[in-house]
Design a protein around this ligand. Structure first.
Ligand code: SAM
Length: 351
């Protein structure tokens, strides 16, 4: 059941579909699209105010891929075997008229469409997102204690509003809602058990994410990481857990369920149990750069191709060439040296 390095050496015949393979035999299954590099939160570990202050140069409107360009890209990737698209950011719900993009992407046959949000605008937007064709949603929530939450988002945003947003998403039918909590040692690890208690039996799927060395502005140290194993043990001591098989090859979350039927949780052990061997994710930045790893230092400019009049076949060939050259396995190679690399920021590429 582990997704640890080396546990998924060969593609699983039952999930194989057409499309390019990279140098480690991995197909493209997921595409994450960042629709904005802006966010209304300044989470201290992701967009610290000292870096992302009022003088920070965000992308200009003309640099962003348009919805039309994104629709074309989505269809090209779908033709290359991508079955799941996640919209992210920055905060995706602050991109104006996002529902229009969702409606377009929802019309691509066979595509599982989802979105990751900080939940701050969900109460207002959940119904419209559902009506546009969004299937599911993931909400990031790092603490239940209001003071701790306000401190983490660093814009004094109350936790009650995010909880309200989760309820609105559930009522709109965007269920099961996944709730992602990044756990940082000494900062919000005390919230692990309260979060488990709060969401047990609600039908929501709570997932704990190891704090990662993405970007180079968050001053990451290995000591900040609370290993997923420790999180499972802590929760299991109060509510016994048992492992569940992955939904599909390459799924990042290791799944666990409460033995008493209280539902399911997940842990994403990207640091302590790197799952590069099963990684089937491509990432598109807001300005149309394709990255083949969350920890990449360089992307491939698809916007230039799009805007120079490339045909769909040419786009398909370019993406195939990029994917077939891919050999990334950053998390397996993580070391003192790699941590110092000038990697792209999480707020730019999306989680
Ligand atoms: N604004 C949206 C949100 O809050 O979900 C989408 C973008 S946000 C960058 C996506 C996810 O990345 C959030 O759950 C955030 O907590 C997570 N994240 C940011 N920095 C991280 C880090 N260093 N390690 C692990 N997760 C991180």
């Amino acid at each position: 059941m582990q997704h640890g390095a080396g546990s998924v050496d060969k593609p699983d015949a039952s999930t194989v579909s057409s499309g390019p393979r990279d140098k480690l035999g991995r197909r493209m299954h997921d595409l994450r699209i960042s629709v904005t590099d802006r966010c209304n939160f300044r989470c201290v570990y992701c967009m610290p105010k000292e870096v992302f202050g009022k003088d920070y140069q965000f992308l200009e409107r003309k640099e962003l891929l348009t919805f039309e360009e994104l629709g074309r890209i989505a269809r090209v990737f779908s033709g290359l075997g991508v079955e799941k698209i996640r919209l992210t950011g920055g905060e995706p719900l602050i991109r104006r008229n996002l529902e229009q993009l969702i409606a377009d992407l929802a019309s691509v046959p066979g595509l599982d469409l989802t979105l990751t949000t900080n939940g701050s605008l969900l109460t207002r937007k959940a119904q419209a997102l559902k009506a546009a064709g969004l299937k599911r949603i993931t909400v990031s929530l790092d603490a239940l204690d209001d003071a701790a939450f306000r401190q983490m988002n660093d814009v004094d945003f109350p936790v009650a509003k995010v909880l309200e947003g989760i309820d609105a998403a559930t009522a709109a039918g965007l269920a099961p809602v996944k709730i992602n909590m990044v756990v940082k040692r000494g900062v919000n690890e005390v919230s692990v058990l309260p979060m488990a208690r709060r969401f047990r039996g609600t039908g929501h799927i709570l997932r704990f994410i190891e704090y990662m060395d993405v970007g180079h502005t968050n001053g990451w140290r290995m000591d900040d990481v609370v290993p997923a194993r420790e999180i499972v043990e802590r929760i299991s001591a109060e509510f016994p857990l048992e492992p569940v098989d992955p939904n599909y090859q390459g799924e990042v979350a290791e799944r666990w369920r409460y033995r008493d039927g209280g539902g399911e949780i997940g842990v994403i052990a990207s640091v302590t149990q790197a799952f590069c061997r099963g990684c089937t994710r491509a990432r598109l930045s807001t300005e149309g750069k394709l990255y083949t790893c969350l920890f990449a230092t360089r992307g491939h400019d698809l916007r230039a191709l799009l805007r120079s009049g490339a045909s769909d076949d040419e786009l398909r060939d370019a993406v195939t060439a990029i994917w077939t050259m891919r050999a990334d396995r950053y998390s397996e190679l993580r070391s003192e040296q790699t941590v110092k690399l000038e990697k792209i920021e999480m707020s730019y590429i999306g989680g």
